[in-house]
Design a protein around this ligand. Structure first.
Ligand SMILES: Nc1ncnc2c1ncn2[C@@H]1O[C@H](COP(=O)(O)OP(=O)(O)O)[C@@H](O)[C@H]1O
Ligand code: SF4
Ligand SMILES: [Mg+2]
Length: 296
C-alpha cells in the first residue's frame, strides 16, 4: 500500500497549435489504506494524471507541482532511481502490458507461477503461446491483472480497465481489483463510468477540463455531491430498477488549448452565476474539497 500526495500538479502537452493544459493544480491525498477512483468525461486529463505518477507522459511535461509516494517526492527523482525504487511498485494496467510481455519469456518458474495465477482468472495455458496482438482485449486485461498479482506491486493504476469489455468480463475484472485490494494493494481506478467506483474505492476525484473539481470519500461524493458537474454525472447513471429519469449534461467539454479564465464548467452549469467568470475557490468539505462558487 502506498501513501500518496499530489499537490498542485500541472501538466502541459506542447503541440503545434500551442500548449494543451491537460492538468491544472490537481490536488489530493491518500492514506496508505485508501484507493481512489478518478472519474470524468473523455479528454478531462484522467490518463495524464495516471501517467504523471509513473513518469511516462509522452509529449507532456509536468510544469508545476509535486507527487510524493510514501513521503518520498518522485518529482525530482532521476530516471534510474525511479526505476530502482518505484517503477515496479506502481503497476499500470494499460501502458505496460506489451512491455511486460516482451520482457519475460514465459519459461521455467515464471511460467509456472504465471500459469497458476492465470488459472485463478480462468485463462488457458495456450494463450501464452500467442502474441499480444493476437489476444482479445478481454484476454489482455486478464493477463495483465494476473501479472499485477504476480509482481506484487503496492499500487496499481487501472486506466479504463473495463472499457470495451462485455459485462461478464467486466465483473471479473472488478472482482480481481477487489482481490488485489484485499491483498493490500492500493488502486487508482480511472474511468468515465462513475457507477463502477462505489464498491471499490474509498476516495473519489472528479475531473473536469483538466481540474479536479471535487475530491472526497466515495460515500460523500455519492450521497452528498457538491459540484454541479458531479451531480450531473450521478444523474446520468442508470439504476438497476430504472426508476430514475436519466439526465444528460448538455454541451461540450472546454478546449484545453486556450482555456478561458473562470470556472471551466461555466457554459454547461445549470447554476452558473456572474462571479463564476472568475476562478472558483477551493472549499473544504467533510472529507475533501470542491472547486465551486456555490459554497463560498
Ligand atoms: N500526447 C498528447 N499531445 C497533445 N495533447 C494530448 C496528448 N495526450 C493527451 N492530450 C490532451 O490532453 C487532454 C487530456 O487527455 P487525457 O489525459 O488523455 O484525458 P482522458 O484520459 O481523461 O481522456 C486532452 O485534451 C487531450 O486531447
Ligand atoms: S463555479 Fe459556478 S459555474 Fe462553476 S460549477 Fe460552480 S456554480 Fe457552476
Ligand atoms: Mg484516458
Amino acid at each position: 500500500m502506498v501513501k500518496m500526495q499530489i499537490s498542485d500538479l500541472s501538466v502541459n502537452y506542447e503541440t503545434s497549435s500551442g500548449d494543451v493544459h491537460a492538468l491544472e493544480n490537481v490536488e489530493f491525498q491518500l492514506e496508505d489504506n485508501e484507493s481512489i477512483g478518478i472519474a470524468g468525461e473523455s479528454g478531462c486529463g484522467k490518463s495524464t494524471l495516471g501517467l504523471s505518477i509513473i513518469k511516462m507522459i509522452q509529449g507532456g511535461k509536468i510544469i508545476a507541482g509535486e507527487i510524493t509516494l510514501d513521503e518520498k517526492s518522485i518529482s525530482n527523482m532521476s530516471e534510474s532511481e525511479f526505476d530502482d525504487t518505484i517503477r515496479w511498485k506502481v503497476f499500470t494496467i494499460e501502458q505496460q502490458f506489451d512491455q511486460i510481455l516482451k520482457q519475460h519469456d514465459f519459461t521455467g518458474d515464471f511460467q509456472k507461477t504465471m500459469h497458476n495465477s492465470l488459472d485463478t482468472v480462468n485463462l488457458s495455458h495456450s494463450i501464452l503461446k500467442k502474441y499480444p496482438h493476437e489476444l482479445s482485449g478481454g484476454m489482455k486485461q486478464r493477463i495483465v491483472l494476473a501479472m499485477a498479482l504476480l509482481l506484487e506491486p503496492k499500487f496499481v493504476i487501472a486506466d479504463e480497465p473495463t472499457t470495451a469489455l462485455d459485462v461478464l468480463i467486466q465483473a471479473q475484472i472488478i472482482n480481481l481489483l477487489k482481490s488485489l485490494k484485499k491483498n493490500g494493494v492500493s488502486i487508482m481506478l480511472i474511468t468515465h463510468d462513475l457507477a463502477i467506483l462505489s464498491e471499490i474505492v474509498e476516495k473519489i476525484g472528479i475531473m473536469y477540463g483538466g481540474k479536479m473539481v471535487e475530491f472526497g470519500s466515495s460515500t460523500e461524493v455519492y450521497r452528498k455531491p457538491k459540484h454541479p458537474y458531479t451531480k450531473g454525472l450521478l444523474d446520468s447513471i442508470p439504476t438497476l430498477r430504472g426508476e430514475k429519469k436519466l439526465k444528460f449534461i448538455p454541451g461540450n467539454p472546454p478546449n484545453l488549448l486556450s482555456p478561458e479564465p473562470g470556472c471551466r464548467f461555466f457554459d454547461r452549469c445549470p447554476e452558473a452565476m456572474d462571479k463564476c467568470k472568475k476562478n472558483p475557490p477551493k472549499i473544504k468539505t467533510d472529507s475533501g474539497y470542491v472547486l465551486c462558487w456555490l459554497y463560498e
